[in-house]
Every structure is written in C-alpha cells, then in structure tokens.
Design a protein around this ligand. Structure first.
Ligand code: AKG
Length: 338
C-alpha cells in the first residue's frame, strides 16, 4: 500500500502483486479523493496489464528489472538476444577468470560478486543430482508446495511410485510428482512470512560435503550449508525478480546448481532500477552470488528447450527421475543462515 500525503483528484496506485513463486498480475486500483479522505475506496476497478497504455494519468512504475522480465518472456529466441551472457562463450569480455584453486571459474564485470562455473557438472553428474532431487530432496521429511494442498503418504510419493504395479495409478503419481514446484531442505523457509521457521530437517551429507568443499575451493572459509531450496520448473514456469535476504547473516555466498533444461537468469543490482544482466544458464552450470551480488535482484523469466541429450541411465531410479523432469529444469540452491 502506498500512502500519498498530497491531495489529488484521482490517485492511481499501481501495485505489483508479485507473490512468491507466482506472478499474480498487475492490478490498478483507482481511488477518488473523497475515498482517500474516508480512508476507504469508494470504487475500485481491477484492470489487466494490456489496458495500461489506454489509461491516462497513470504513473508508470516499470523498473529496468520488470522490463527485462517482460522482454525475455515475450522473446521468440531469448538465447540469441544480443546482451545475453552465454556461459559457453568464454571470450565474452564481461567474463574474467576468477583467481582460486579451481579452474573454470569466472567473475562477471557488471555484477561484482557473481561467479559462474560453466559446465561444472557432466551430464552423468546431472542425472545423479536430478535423481537425488526427486528421490530424496523433494520427499519426506522435506516439505514441498504439495503439503499445503493435499494429504501425502507418509513415505512420500516416490516410494508410492516405486511400489505401484498398476499403469493408471503410476500415471497419477507421476502427475502429482510433476506438480512439485519447490522443496525446502534443512531450515524450512516459509514463503508467506518470508522467514525461516523453527522447522528443520538435517541437510543430506552429500549436499553438505559438496557445497562446503566447493566454497573452500572458491576461497570462502568455513562455509556451513544450513538451508536449501529445490526449485522445479516445468517449461512454462518462471520465477519473479526477488532478493534473498531472510538469512540472519548476509555475508555468506549463495550457491546455485542448474540441472536439466537451460534458462534465462536475470541478475541486476540492489534496486530494481539497476542495469540487468541476462545470463544463459545451462544444466550443469554453477552460479554463486557473493559480496554485492548476494543482495542483487534476480529471477528466471524463461525456461528454454533442453538440449538433445540422451544420457546413459544406469538404473530404474534414474529412468523415473528423468521421466518426471521431462523438458523441465531443476535448481538446487544452498545458503548459510547464521
Ligand atoms: O532457479 C534459479 O536459478 C534461481 C532460484 C532462486 O533465485 C531462488 O530460489 O531464490
């Protein structure tokens, strides 16, 4: 809610309701002066974004970040837009080798503190991580978006799928598994309050070892993974621009693994007005937000087609996991809270 002190005949308040993980559209609320005097609107009209240009006296509140989101949502070929930083083009002048004990780490000149590790994971590694995500990290005891809406079997949907003998039942379970949008690992993050809660489940040792070791190699000493999120994107899903700042201590980097389909990842500065860098992130890339970039606005306006890879699948679990993923993308990110 925006409070205006100066009287005006018509006050137009443009409010972006960007809900967590779900862009709910742009609503325009028209209040007359007398309604402001009375503290309540006399009339309120909800208008769609397409009507904006027709309205006069509208205060435009489009930020650089919002414009970039719009552009990449609408683009026919987002990956070939001229300003996209492609992690496979290491000659891009915006990339500079980052000095650390690991080869293949790059900093991005426009976004101090943003580190990129292109193709850090092989296709085979990715299949393992994707399987871990569906088999463990999005299953009990970890919480997902499904918990709010449906009663789930105590053993989890994955166990149910594995036990299922019947084709129709199996299809139903697969459908439910594809509806998982997020899972929280370690300290549970509450999307409504935007705070970490007292609910916590131990972070799987593989994650602790992987991210602590990576942090060490990048020069971040004594890093402690305390919370993680698995974001599951179907091809049409997006993630609106936001800053991750619920952690008590914000000096620790945030690590992010991309798995499966590529995406356009937007990263700006600490204001939505700051210049935005679009990055083409591929499955297998690692991204680190440290220093200034730790509090930068970022989001995913577009999932791109997956490359035509047919990885060698070693077992039934891997086959099932890749079937659930389909043409989607997973993102696994890890934070230290304190
Ligand atoms: O999917 C991504 O790469 C970004 C995820 C993200 O920004 C988040 O979970 O806060």
């Amino acid at each position: 809610m925006i409070r205006l002190k100066e009287p005006a005949d018509y006050i137009v308040i443009v409010a972006h309701y960007i809900c967590d993980r779900n862009y709910a559209g742009l609503d325009l609320l028209f209040l007359t002066q007398s309604s402001v005097d009375n503290k309540y609107p006399m009339s309120a009209t909800t208008t769609t974004a397409s009507e904006i240009n027709k309205k006069e006296k509208i205060i435009s509140m489009e930020t650089a970040f919002r414009l970039a989101e719009r552009r990449f949502k609408a683009s026919h070929c987002p990956s070939s837009e001229a300003d996209v930083l492609d992690t496979s083009n290491l000659h891009d002048v915006r990339l500079a080798p980052y000095p650390c004990s690991l080869p293949g780490v790059y900093s991005v000149s426009a976004v101090p503190g943003l580190l990129l590790l292109p193709s850090y994971l092989t296709v085979e590694d990715q299949v393992e991580w994707i399987t871990d995500c569906y088999q463990s990290y999005t299953q009990p005891p970890f919480l997902t978006n499904l918990h709010a809406h449906e009663s789930l079997p105590e053993t989890g949907l994955w166990a149910l799928l594995k036990a299922s003998q019947e084709e129709q039942e199996r299809e139903q379970i697969l459908k439910r598994l594809r509806k998982v949008r997020w899972a929280t690992i370690g300290q549970h993050y509450d999307w409504s309050s935007k705070l970490y809660t007292s609910i916590a489940h131990a972070i799987p040792p593989k994650l602790v070892h992987f991210f602590s070791a990576l942090a060490e190699e990048l020069g971040f000493k004594n890093y402690r993974p305390e919370a993680g999120i698995v974001n599951c994107y179907q091809p049409k899903d997006t993630l609106s621009g936001h800053v991750d700042n619920a952690e008590t201590s914000l000096e620790h980097p945030l690590f992010s693994l991309s798995l499966g389909a590529s995406c356009i990842f937007l990263i700006g500065g600490q204001s939505k007005e700051d210049a935005v860098t679009p990055v083409l992130l591929r499955g297998g890339d690692v991204l680190v937000m440290s220093g200034e970039a730790r509090l930068s606005y970022h989001g995913v306006p577009r999932i791109l087609s997956p490359p035509p890879i047919s990885p060698l699948l070693h077992n039934e679990d891997q086959r099932l996991a890749m079937e659930i993923l389909g043409r989607g993308r997973l993102n696994l990110n890890i934070r230290q809270i304190h």
